[in-house]
Design a protein around this ligand. Sequence first.
Ligand code: NAD
Length: 499
Amino acid sequence: MNAFECLQSLGVDVRALDGGDLVSRSPIDGTELGRVRVADPAQREQTVAASVAAFLQWRRVPAPRRGELVRLFGESVRRHKQALATLITLEVGKITSEAAGEVQEVIDICDFAVGLSRQLYGLTIASERPGHHMQERWHPLGPVAIITAFNFPMAVWSWNAALALICGNSIVWKPSEKTPLTALALASLLDAVARDFPEAPTHLSTVVHGGRDVGESLAADRRIPLVSATGSTRMGRDVAVTVAGRFGRSLLELGGNNAIIVAPTAHEDLAVRAITFAAAGTAGQRCTTARRLYVHASRYDSLVSRLQRAYASLAVGDPRVAGTLVGPLIDATAFEAMQTALADARAAGGRVHGGERVAVPGLDGYYVRPALVEMPHPCAVTARETFAPILYVFRYETLAEAVAGNNGVAQGLSSSLMTRDLMESEWFLSAEGSDCGIANINIGPSGAEIGGAFGGEKETGGGRESGSDAWKAYMRRQTQTVNYSGALPLAQGVQFDVE
Ligand code: NAD
C-alpha cells in the first residue's frame, strides 16, 4: 500500500491532502507523500475554543463510559493495525516490525486506559474533628495540549490521549511537522468512533498542524491547563518557561543520553543482542536509544570485537523489505548532525568504526552504518544527545566509576546494567545507583512496556506518562471535608466563638 491508499483505507478524507502548505516527505526515498494545511492563528483560536466547549460536556460523562469510547477506539486501531504501521514506515522510515510494535503500543495503552477508567481512585482521610470526614477526589482538568516528536508519531500521542480522555479531558494535538499524515490517520480513526458515540461532544479530539510557532501558541494559551510536550530538551526548555509563566502545568518528555554498563559477570550473547538493538535499532532515533556503553576492562576486548562484527552484519536499507534492521535517518539534518558528532569524537581522540553513508540502490534517503566509537574518556560530544546511531564506548574498572559515568550527564532518561551479580544489580537499582527515570537489569534501555510510568529526570524533563499512576497528571486533586456533626469544632483546637 502507498500512503494515499493507507489513508483511504483508514477513512481519511484525502481531499484534505490537496494544496496544503506542510509537505510530508518519506525518508525512504525523499518522495512527497502528501500535504496538509498549517493551522493559522484564527483556526488555532477556533480549535481551542471548541476544545474548551467539548471539555465542559465530556467532564460530565461517567469515567467508565469515557473508557468505553477509548475501548472502541482501541478496537478500531486493532482492525487497522497493518495500514497504520505501513504509514509509520513510509513517513518515519521504521522497519516493518518496529512500526507494527508502535501501533501495538497504541492498542496496549487503550486497553490499560479502559481498565483505569474504573479505577480513578481517591482517598478517604481520617479527620481530627468529630463528626467530619475527609476525602480526596480527582476531577477532570480541561483541554490537554499534546505536542509530539517525529520518532514515535502514534505511540506518544496515544499515551497522552487515552489517559486524558478517560480522565474527562478534551485533547488538542500538535504533531511533528515531519509526520502530519500519521497524525491525520490516527485522529480520524478516533473521530469516526466518537461520531457514533452518543455522549462524545464534537471537537473532543482536535489536531492543529504546523511547526514550532503552533506549539508555542498552545504553550501560551491560558485556556489549556496542561501541555504535554515530547521532543528535544531545547523545545522543553521553551515550553516549561512559557507554561510556568502562566502557572499552567507542563508534562515534559525530552532528550535522553542513555548508558549501558557491562559488568564482569554479564552474559555476553545477551549483552551483544541487547546493545545492538538498543543502539542501532530505529536507526538510533529513540529517546531511549543507548548512546554510551561502559564495559568492564576484563570484558572490553572480547565484547567490542563481537559488537564490531554484529554492527558490520546489520542489514541497512529499505525498511519495507523483510530482513532490514536499520532504516533511514529522518532527513539530511539528522545525517549532518551525525557526521558532525563523529568528527567531534575523532577530534577528542575517539576511534570510529562505521558511521558512513550507505548507498541503497534506487533510494535517495539518508542511510548510514551505525557507528561504534571507542572513546578515551567522556567529553562534550558524548555528553550531548545526537539523534542518530552512534554508540560511544568507554572502559571502566569499578562499578562506582561506571555508575558515576552513567549519571554524569545532564539527561536522565534510561539506563541498564548487564550483570549476573545480585549485589551489583541491587546497588545499581538503589538510591545510590542510577539517577534515571528508568533502570533495567539484563535488558537494554529502550523498548519500555506501557504498564510502567515512562519518563526521566534532569534535562529529560521530569514528566511521567503511560502506566502506573501517570494518570494523576491529567486530573486535578480536590481535598474535601464534610461536617455532619451539627457543631463547628475548628482544626488544631482553635477557638473562635461568636455570639
Ligand atoms: P523537536 O524538539 O524538534 O520537536 C518536537 C515537537 O515540538 C514538534 O512537534 C515541534 O514542532 C515542537 N516544537 C519545537 N519547538 C517548540 C517550541 N519552542 N514550543 C513548542 N513546540 C515546539 O524534536 P524531534 O526532532 O521531533 O524529536 C526528537 C527529540 O525528541 C529527541 O530529543 C528525543 O530524545 C525526544 N523524544 C523524547 C521522548 C521522551 O519520551 N522522553 C520521546 C520521543 C522523543
